[in-house]
Design a protein around this ligand. Structure first.
Ligand code: CP
Length: 311
């Protein structure tokens, strides 16, 4: 694609709302050049702080891998149990302290806006690794990279987002990201877990074509991408409410009988039972390769935010 990689400098990555189409394309270009071995940004001597106040497998390990493979190092907090947060230290004081050691911060927190807060009080790059039900922008960027790799373009695609669209932050970030590429969206979810109004309003304002559906069978032959998400059990106040909706959509090989050849099934993972393991063997199943793509995309994000040499 050969997009310029040095558009006006991004200082933080907090929300996809802050990321221009030009930035998205330049990050995809950068990630693809890193993956092809054409460049290896040099992160030696730099320390990234991985502050994970919420559990993570993919985001944590792929950032750790990304940083170390570029020659950098990490200091890590997984859960707050072993830090002075346990003694009552505020988030601000924790961040200001970590800033004394680290060159950039990758933070996951259960509170919406926590990463924005960090970006406002710190003078080093802050990367949002997920803030409550709000945003997961590095996931959206690796999703865009995965879609571009499998479809050869981001433009004019038909994309279904299925599952917990209210509490699942990945679909908020991805819907905003794809909205710059003239998509047709189908949103399928249990009634109380629909895409939030503020996201739908943003899409309407940008003239994006979207439809909310309950039955996914009629739309399947039209899809380029199906993006399935887990029902976010840990964010339900009442467990019985979760039990009522947990199996609303289960993707099996039979569900995917009439898909297009270029169709790909994506999921940010972890899955519970919304995609059966029998689907894993199908050529359409892309979710583990999607997770793999997270390493090079996160390397690209770090390189851009730290203004590393990428020529
Ligand atoms: N996709 C994702 O955010 O996975 P983790 O919660 O395991 O990081």
């Amino acid at each position: 694609m050969n997009q310029p990689v040095n558009s006006p400098q991004m200082k933080h990555l907090v929300s996809m709302r802050d990321v221009t189409k030009e930035d998205m394309l330049s990050l995809i270009d950068l990630a693809s050049r890193i993956e092809a071995g054409q460049i290896k940004p040099d992160l030696s001597g730099k320390l990234g702080a991985l502050l994970f106040f919420e559990p993570s497998t993919r985001t944590y390990f792929s950032f750790d891998t990304a940083i170390k493979r570029l020659g950098g190092n990490t200091l890590a907090m997984t859960g707050s149990g072993s830090t002075s947060v346990k003694k009552g230290e505020s988030l601000a004081d924790t961040l200001m302290t970590v800033r004394q050691y680290a060159d950039f911060i990758v933070m996951r927190h259960k509170i919406e806006g926590a990463a924005r807060f960090a970006s406002e009080i710190l003078d080093i790059p802050v990367i949002n690794a997920g803030d409550g039900t709000n945003q997961h922008p590095t996931q959206a960027m690796l999703d865009l990279y995965s879609i571009h790799k499998t479809q050869g373009t981001l433009e004019n695609l038909t994309v279904a987002m299925i599952g917990d669209l209210r509490l699942g932050r990945t679909v908020h970030s991805l819907a905003q990201a794809l909205s710059d590429f003239n998509p047709k969206f189908y949103f399928a979810s249990p009634r109380h877990l629909q895409m939030p109004k503020y996201i739908k309003d943003e899409l309407k304002n940008k003239g994006v074509d979207f439809e909310e559906v309950e039955d996914i069978k009629p739309i399947i032959p039209h899809l380029d991408i199906m993006y399935v998400t887990r029902i976010q059990k840990e964010r339900f106040a009442v467990l019985e409410d979760y039990e009522k909706v947990k199996d609303a959509y289960i993707i099996t090989p039979e569900v995917l009988e009439n898909v297009k050849e270029n169709f790909r099934l994506m999921h940010p993972l972890p899955r519970v039972n919304e995609i059966t393991v029998e689907v894993d063997k199908m050529p359409y199943a892309y979710y583990f390769r999607q997770a793999r793509n997270g390493v090079v995309m996160r390397q690209a994000i770090i390189a851009k935010l730290l203004n590393l040499d990428v020529n």
